[in-house]
Design a protein around this ligand. Sequence first.
Ligand code: ADP
Ligand code: MG
Ligand code: ZN
Length: 500
Amino acid sequence: MTAVAEVMDYDEVLERFDPVLGLEVHVELNTNTKMFCGCANVFGGEPNTHVCPVCLGMPGALPAVNGKAVESAMRIGLALNCEIAEWCRFARKNYFYPDMPKNFQTSQYDEPIAFNGYLDVELDDGSIFRVDIERAHMEEDTGKSLHVGGATGRIHGADYSLLDYNRAGVPLIEIVTKPLVGTGARAPEVARAYVAALRDLLRGLDVSDVRMDQGSLRCDANVSLMAKDATEFGTRTETKNVNSLRSVERAVRYEMTRHAAVLVGGGKIKQETRHFDESTATTRAGRTKETAEDYRYFPEPDLVPIAPSREWVAELKAGLPQPPWVRRKRLQEEWGLSDAELRDLVNADALDLVAATVDAGAKSDDARSWWVSYLSQQAKTLNKELAELPITPAQVARVSALVADGSLTNKLARAVVDGVLAGEGEPDAVVEARGLKVVSDDSALTAAVDEALAAQPDVAEKIRSGKVAAAGAIVGAVMKATKGSADAKRVRELIIERCS
Ligand code: ADP
Ligand code: MG
Ligand code: ZN
């Protein structure tokens, strides 16, 4: 057992140190085929069914670059305000890993396709932090190892390991920031907001499904601390493959408090990779970090250099979609939202979901209310991102339509949503299976109304004497008695009828 590391109180960290951040984001492209071969690029599938001699690294197999992946890389670079290389190459990054059958990763090294850009990131309070981008380069993903046996799912203590090469050779873009200084207390927030903004941008470009939970967007968070009087950056650690926005924020924060405790205790930070543990919100040491020399990079001899014409670059630039923040302004106007309402929506990560729900036919207020309140609560309970909930915007729109046409009360609608979330199928199937129909059958309702009137004779008397407003109490009682399944409008009509 490794001992739990000491950490320093966050406020004290900030009194003594300034954090420096560096974020590396890997994005799996959604091209039809892999980076250097014609194998299908799909998530999952039976192990080792999307493989061929090229992505299995068989002797003599020759790669060819996926043009669509190059195009996506350039569009990403342009959207990040980068320069696009006039000429660049792939490089071999040499290392052994069982899930990488070639024993090198075809990547880019000192000649990335895109470099020197920036992304303006909006923070929770509406202020903008500019994240400078060092480069965006092309590479290929590795396969996956599955360690079987043992308690942790890690290689240590496992009985054996299985290898699936379906992911080997999937096109990846790695986007690397410059060291980010000046974030202060907001370092964790900047890290989260940057990854969120990048995800929105990539989603808008339609180059990736950007699913952190499925690994199509992965973030490595580098953190170091500088003492207040220091002139050089401190040693960084790199927390690998943090797989949710919340974890990005928590990992940065934790590393800051851990570094500070080590440094103040007279220790040194080791340059190493670390792994974030979701359940404890702490990190543990991984491997000691290689340096670039260790990888013996050299230009890939089997691939021709990439030299995109300036016309092509200009064309791609002209064809970029509206950036998400411009789109946000437009939706804000269309939906009539205040700045605060828009911010709530964005902070809840619900904007795209609401937009998709509106596209599927829901009113914007209804769509907003579903995602920002009930579904956000469910996401929190299930410890998931909103977008990871097993319900689609189309399904939310359907539930919303059933409420609008009186088939469901709000309460029943929530039960339908619960059913969808529980995997019981489409909303209509859940309504059917759980018997969640509004009771508007008069005989059942009349009985409930009479019972409620009898239980509250004073209220009944008021209504009879013309105080129609008093009917609310009876409606409430009937709704309670019918567990929310009564058609409230019809109940009110019946009350007035019975009392006149
Ligand atoms: P590696 O190959 O080790 O992952 P990269 O250059 O790909 O190196 O990424 C390192 C990231 O860390 C970059 O975002 C870089 O800006 C950032 N970085 C470099 N030095 C520091 C430091 N001292 N503290 C925090 N971040 C740093
Ligand atoms: Mg890196
Ligand atoms: Zn292949």
